[in-house]
Design a protein around this ligand. Structure first.
Ligand SMILES: N=C(N)NCCCC(=O)O
Ligand SMILES: [Zn+2]
Ligand SMILES: [Zn+2]
Length: 315
């Protein structure tokens, strides 16, 4: 096996020079194959409030220029022990949600066909449904940890089935999730009715609210989540609005009272050794951002996801 090709060396080429790929990694077409592909989905036609997450992938790539190759918190060099590459963006129809959902499922399945695991940068949360479908094609019904201010298990908006508020209800209906191992983390904010929580519970979700994270602390929350997941194939879906608007202003449906970026990153690190098979980071809407606060946070989250995959090399 040839050595993985890593990022551009920032001691030779200034990190602010050249086109942005995630963490300055090679493009997928520059390597034979990748163990992990970081792929963008610039789609935001499923939003219920502020648009703009279509610009998330390029903002996160730009904000990822400062990432370095060794992760001290997890003691891993994620670009040295596995080939990581930037697969570019999945081009999907911005005028037709149903068609876009199909396109994303097919493109993700094609990328993952030879064992490549995907870290996807959104795009709005609609894209989690086709990504979960693609993951379930390979692994069967999978465990899900969903980090979000919102439940995203609502039924329809204006009669539309595929929106950023409904992906996980669709996924449960389709039988692609392991309903013994579903949790929301960071949930908060007003709901439409108490019934939202009843419906959500009936679908099988456990809820660790944002206040629970504050009261119980990161370690206890991690223990509880890990017990629920066990060894199952696990997918992580991270809506950046799980963070407090102070930590992630650049998003479409902000809610007060969220996690700090430190809490989120520490919970992720607590998942080291879990059987992670794929992940997404969604809802970065750069037009509402300031000083790249949100896209920097998202790029670090994506780096941690790639690092967790490095610790779960099955091959
Ligand atoms: N997935 C995100 N970010 N938001 C869902 C909010 C749905 C609503 O407007 O009620
Ligand atoms: Zn959300
Ligand atoms: Zn969401």
């Amino acid at each position: 096996m040839t050595e993985p090709r890593g990022p551009v060396d920032s001691s030779r080429v200034p990190r602010f020079a050249g086109p942005a790929t995630f963490a300055r990694l090679p493009r997928l077409d520059e390597v034979d194959r990748a163990d992990v592909a970081v792929v963008g989905v610039p789609f935001d036609t499923g939003v219920s409030y502020r648009p703009g997450a279509r610009f998330g992938p390029s903002a996160v790539r730009e904000a990822s220029r400062l990432l370095r190759p060794y992760h001290p918190g997890l003691d891993v060099s994620p670009f040295a022990t596995q080939q990581v590459a930037d697969a570019g963006d999945i081009a999907c129809n911005p005028f037709n949600i149903n068609e876009a959902v199909e396109t994303i499922e097919e493109a993700a399945s094609a990328l993952a066909a030879d064992g490549t695991r995907l870290v996807t940068i959104g795009g709005d949360h609609t894209i989690a449904l086709p990504l979960l479908r693609a993951a379930a094609r390979l692994h069967g019904p999978i465990a899900l940890l969903h980090f979000d201010a919102h439940l995203d298990t609502w039924d329809t908006y204006f009669g539309a089935e595929y929106t950023h508020g409904t992906p996980f209800r669709r996924a449960v209906e389709e039988g692609i999730l392991d309903t013994e191992a579903l949790s929301h983390v960071g949930t908060r904010g007003p709901l439409y009715a108490k019934k939202d929580l009843d419906d959500d519970r009936r679908m099988g979700f456990g809820v660790v609210t944002s206040a629970d994270v504050m009261r119980r602390g990161v370690d206890e929350v991690v223990d509880a989540l890990r017990q629920r997941i066990g060894e199952r194939p696990l997918y992580l879906s991270i809506d950046i609005d799980v963070l407090d608007p102070a930590h992630a202003p650049g998003t479409g449906t902000p809610e007060a009272g969220g996690l700090t970026s430190r809490e989120l990153l520490e919970i992720l690190r607590g998942l080291a050794g879990a059987n992670l098979v794929g992940a997404d980071v969604v809802e970065v809407a750069p037009a509402y951002d300031h000083a790249e606060i949100t896209s920097v946070a998202a790029s670090h989250v994506a780096y941690d996801l790639v690092s967790l995959l490095a610790l779960n090399k099955t091959s």
